[in-house]
Design a protein around this ligand. Structure first.
Ligand code: KG4
Ligand code: ZN
Length: 377
C-alpha cells in the first residue's frame, strides 16, 4: 500500500506523519507550540512560522524513524496548504515541495478542513508494527465505503461548519459560524474564567467539575439564529458568560467597569459557569446537527452517517452527546480518537491517499492560501 508522508504547519502545531494505504497510521508526531504562545494568550503568527522552521525537520525525522522507513520508501508527500496562517503554511509547503521534487514522488496539497473530516477513518498503529490499536478496523472500512452522503461537522479553532459530504474529497458547506468559531469561543471563555491556556481543554476540565443544576448556575442562551438556520453564532453566548462571571458593567468602551473579577468567585462558582457555557455550546451544536440531518433528508439526501472532526471534537460532553444522538437516530457516528481530533499530519497523509487514488496530484506551483476554499465556506 502507498506510504504517504503528511506535513501540517497551518497554525501552532508542527506535525509529520506516515500513513499506510490511507488507513494505518505508522507514525504521528506533533510538536505543539503552546508554550511559545501561552504568555500572549493566543497564537502569534510570526513566532509560529519561525518555530515551524526550526522544528519541521526534527519532526519529519522522528516520523520516519517511528514508522521505521527511509525517505526513499515514500510514495508521495502531502501537505496542508489551506486554510491557515500564510507564513506557517509556507514552511510546510516549501518542505513538502523540496521532498517531493528530490524524491521524484507526487506532491499533494490538502485542505485542512476536509482533512479534519478524514481523521475518524484512521487507525492508529503501535510503533513499528502493523498491529493497530484503539480504533476498530471496521470503522475505517465504513468511512472509506460509508453510507454517503454523510453529514459532516468540523468544530475547531477556526471553523464551525456543517457539510453535506459526498465523498472524502467532495463536500459542500451547508452552515457556518457568522462570528466566532466554537474553539475560539472556548478559548475566550477560558480567558473570562481564568482557566488558563490552551483554553478549550482547560475549560472542558473545569466544566466537568461544575454542576449545571446548581442554584447559582446561570441560564445561558442557545443561539439558534431563527427556525431553519444552519449557521452558528457564539459571540453573544461569550458576552453572556462574561456578564454572568463579572456582573453587568457600567460605562462604555475603555471606561467600562465590572462589579467583580473572575478571581472573586469561588472555584465551585467558576466550575458551574464553565459547565453552563459547555452545556449551552453543546446543546447548540446538537440542535444544528439535527436540523442539518433533517434538511438533507428533506432534500432527498438523507445522511447515512455523521462525521465529526476538529479540535473541539475532543470535548467530553460533545463526544457523549453525539454518541447518544447516533443511537437515537440509528446513525453511525465517526469521531476521531483523542489524538487525532486536534491538528495532526496523519489526517493530511490519510486524505492524500484518497486524492492520489483519484489522480488529484499537484505540481511545484502549489500555492498556500489563507482562506477556506469556495464551497467549503
Ligand atoms: O483543530 P484544531 O487543533 O486547530 C484548528 O484547526 O483550529 O482546534 C483547536 C481548537 C482550540 O480552539 C482548542 O481550544 C479547541 O480546539 N479544543 C477544545 C478541546 N480540545 C481542543 N475545545 C473544547 N473542548 C476540548 N476538550
Ligand atoms: Zn485544525
Amino acid at each position: 500500500m502507498p506510504l504517504i508522508l503528511g506535513l501540517e504547519t497551518s497554525c501552532d502545531e508542527t506535525a509529520a506523519s506516515v500513513v499506510d494505504g490511507g488507513l494505518a497510521v505508522r507514525s504521528n508526531v506533533v510538536s505543539t507550540q503552546h508554550e511559545l504562545h501561552r504568555r500572549y494568550g493566543g497564537v502569534v503568527p510570526e513566532i509560529a512560522s519561525r518555530a515551524h522552521l526550526e522544528r519541521l525537520w526534527p519532526v519529519v525525522s522522528a516520523a520516519l524513524d517511528q514508522a521505521s522507513i527511509a525517505l526513499t520508501d515514500l510514495d508521495a508527500v502531502a501537505v496542508g496548504n489551506r486554510p491557515g496562517l500564510v507564513g506557517s503554511l509556507i514552511v510546510g509547503a516549501s518542505a513538502a515541495k523540496t521532498l517531493a521534487w528530490s524524491l521524484n514522488v507526487p506532491l499533494i496539497g490538502i485542505d485542512h478542513v476536509q482533512a479534519h473530516l478524514y481523521a475518524a477513518a484512521l487507525r492508529e498503529c503501535t510503533v513499528n508494527s502493523e498491529q493497530c490499536t484503539d480504533r476498530d478496523p471496521a470503522d475505517s472500512e465504513i468511512i472509506n465505503h460509508p453510507a454517503y452522503p454523510a453529514l459532516g461537522l468540523v468544530v475547531s479553532g477556526g471553523h464551525t461548519s456543517l457539510f453535506d459530504v459526498a465523498s472524502p474529497t467532495a463536500m459542500v458547506c451547508i452552515g457556518k459560524t457568522i462570528d466566532d468559531a466554537v474553539g475560539e469561543a472556548y478559548d475566550k471563555a477560558a480567558v473570562i474564567l481564568d482557566a488558563g491556556y490552551p483554553g478549550g481543554p482547560n475549560l472542558d476540565a473545569l466544566a466537568q467539575r461544575g454542576d449545571t443544576a446548581a442554584p447559582d448556575a446561570p441560564k445561558l442562551p442557545r443561539p439558534l439564529l431563527g427556525p431553519g438556520s444552519l449557521d452558528f453564532s457564539f459571540s453573544g453566548l461569550k458576552t453572556a458568560l462574561l456578564y454572568a462571571t463579572r456582573g453587568t458593567p457600567t460605562g462604555r468602551g475603555k471606561a467600562r467597569t465590572f462589579p467583580r473579577e473572575a478571581s472573586d468567585l469561588s472555584a465551585a462558582q467558576r466550575a458551574n459557569l464553565a459547565a453552563a457555557f459547555q452545556l449551552a455550546v453543546v446543546d447548540t451544536l446538537m440542535a444544528k446537527l439535527k436540523r442539518a440531518a433533517q434538511r438533507m433528508a428533506d432534500d432527498g439526501r438523507r445522511p447515512g452517517c455523521i462525521i465529526i472532526g476538529g479540535g473541539v471534537s475532543a470535548n467530553s460532553l460533545l463526544r457523549e452527546r453525539v454518541s447518544a444522538l447516533g443511537e437515537t437516530f440509528g446513525l453511525q457516528i465517526h469521531i476521531p480518537s483523542m489524538a487525532l481530533c486536534v491538528d495532526n499530519a496523519a489526517m493530511i497523509a490519510g486524505l492524500a491517499h484518497a486524492k492520489l487514488a483519484a489522480g488529484q496530484v499537484d505540481d511545484l506551483t502549489l500555492p498556500v492560501i489563507a482562506t477556506t476554499a469556495v464551497g467549503l465556506a
